[in-house]
Ligand binder design. Structure first.
Ligand code: C2O
Ligand code: CU
Length: 509
């Protein structure tokens, strides 16, 4: 087994990871499932991914779903910065097209995995070879970019190892968060049909979400322990947890970390005194999580895979498609609870942090009274490590987020994707996407093929590829379209994306 995803046997040590790095072609990849070396085939691929229909066990539940191989999440892929890779995707689904998008990687357009934009969909029984060279190290994810397949099991972690190590730590673990309904509460397709049949009512309010619970004791505050500033992620967490505001369109019976439900949590093993790097990835379709490790502060080192000036926090708010890397100084003992709370929705996902000295059979303390106030990092707390060059006067493109009036539809710049004009940009010409979220729901907006910086007076906004806009908030994203091709810009709520919240962005050659 070669997954660094923590399992019952605990995480992999840093040394083991580095040792594996000596493997062929610099491609560290390869979990034991759904992946094989393709060396004997004519068009040799370094990695093969095989999306298929399969049965998964989620604790005591068995569900029929789609996954890469037969495991959830799909195999952890480890690539090397600057080293070319060939990944063949063989569509073994009985009757559905698919594709794979390498979320966050600024790669060549034809490897981006968006059917109808960068490639034809991969039909059942056929395959597609993705060839690219990851220019940046970091924590990413891969997932299907067809329909609602992301809300089934077609996602997995994608780690790009840096050319040179920039961070010292003893051990690492990937924690992938997800909301799950497929096979338990109908299918994602059933959910979309339900939303469509409710028409504009599907935009929130009375659509089957259980009544918001009264605010529990946990309160999110700023890093300076001040009340959360309006518009911040800390404020968003308070609002949604307190039942003020609309968390999403879909209710989920189950929340998962690394494919495991709370009653069968994955374990991250650690020794006291170690520095543990956690790579946090939100692969959910409709759920923003707040994340904590009981009894431990977390030092944020990367946002969406890219380095930031380290800041210490107690909690992180992670939107769909966002990633954070944090360092945890292992100064506790026993077994501690790792909790991802779906904002504004009942339930939770959890894992266990187990110290080497824990009694065997020791269980995490039961979820007692939540901490009174959790310092929670917001975007304005994150700073790029180096001042970026001044971008020059950007061309402003307004892309307000809205909804269709008569039916379940979501818009960018007043247009649903099916009828939208492409956004045409000159290569190298700085641009500012200005967005006002005129809806009552948060939207994690994701740009393909590039990083952007949230606009800030000091110009030190962190590089990101996905950013959450709380309801009725505004954001400006500065970026330089330097990667030619046609790129998707969309909400990473997969139901919103399916219902029109996507645009194509054409960057000239
Ligand atoms: Cu992770 Cu176009 O998406
Ligand atoms: Cu959205």
């Amino acid at each position: 087994m070669s997954s660094a995803t923590p399992g019952r046997s605990g995480g992999l040590t840093r040394r083991a990871l580095l040792a594996r790095g000596a493997g062929a072609a610099g491609v560290l990849a390869l979990g034991a499932y759904g992946v094989s070396r393709g060396a004997s085939r004519p068009a040799a691929a370094d990695i093969v991914l095989r999306p298929a229909r399969t049965t998964l066990e989620l604790g005591s539940r068995r569900v029929e779903t789609l996954a890469y191989g037969s495991k959830l999440p799909g195999p952890e892929l480890r690539l090397k910065q600057g080293q070319p890779v060939r990944i063949r995707v063989e569509n073994a689904l009985p009757d559905e097209d698919t594709s794979v998008h390498w979320h966050g990687i600024a790669l060549n357009n034809e490897a981006d995995g968006v059917p109808g934009m960068t490639q034809d969909p991969i039909a059942p029984g056929s395959s597609y070879v993705y060839e690219f060279t990851p220019p940046d190290a970091g924590t990413f994810l891969y997932h299907s970019h067809v329909g609602l397949q992301l809300d089934q099991g077609l996602y997995g972690p994608l780690i790009v190892e840096p050319r040179r190590d920039e961070l010292t730590y003893d051990r690492e673990a990937v924690l992938m968060l997800d909301d799950w309904l497929d096979g338990l509460n109908g299918s994602p397709g059933d959910q979309l049909r339900r939303l469509r049949s409710m028409g504009a009512m599907g935009h929130g309010g009375g659509m089957g979400m259980s009544p918001p619970r009264p605010a529990v004791g946990e309160r999110h505050v700023s890093l300076a322990r001040r009340p959360a500033a309006p518009g911040s992620l800390a404020a968003l967490a308070n609002e949604l947890k307190g039942g003020r505001g609309d968390p999403g369109d879909v209710r989920y019976p189950l929340y998962l970390i690394n494919g495991r439900p709370p009653e069968d949590p994955p374990t991250v093993s650690v020794k006291r005194g170690e520095r543990l790097r956690l790579r946090l990835i939100n692969a959910a379709a409709d759920t923003i999580f707040s994340f904590v490790v009981e009894g431990h502060a977390l030092t944020v080192t990367h946002a969406d895979g890219q380095p930031v000036e380290p800041v210490e926090t107690d909690a992180l708010v992670i939107g769909m498609g966002e990633r954070y890397d944090v360092i945890l100084e292992a100064r506790g003992r026993g077994v501690q609870r790792i909790v991802a709370t779906p904002l504004g929705k009942p339930g939770r996902a959890s894992a266990a942090l187990r110290y080497a000295d824990a009694r065997s059979g020791a269980a995490p303390p039961s979820a007692g009274a939540p901490a009174a106030a959790r310092r929670t990092v917001s975007y304005t707390d994150l700073r790029a490590p180096d001042a970026p060059p001044p971008p020059g006067q950007p061309r402003v493109v307004r892309l307000d987020l809205g909804m269709a009036m008569a039916r379940y539809g979501w818009t960018i710049g007043g247009q649903e994707f099916s009828e939208a004009d492409p956004v045409e940009l000159g290569r190298g010409d700085p641009v500012r996407f200005l967005m006002r979220n005129a809806t009552m729901m948060p939207h994690p907006m994701h740009l393909h093929g590039h990083f952007f910086r949230p606009v800030r007076p000091d110009g030190r906004g962190p590089l990101k590829d996905t950013i959450v806009l709380p309801a009725m908030s505004e954001a400006g994203l500065d970026w330089v379209p330097d990667n030619p091709g046609t790129w998707a810009f969309h909400c990473h709520n997969v139901y919103h994306q399916e219902a029109g919240m996507m645009r194509s962005v054409e960057v000239g050659a």
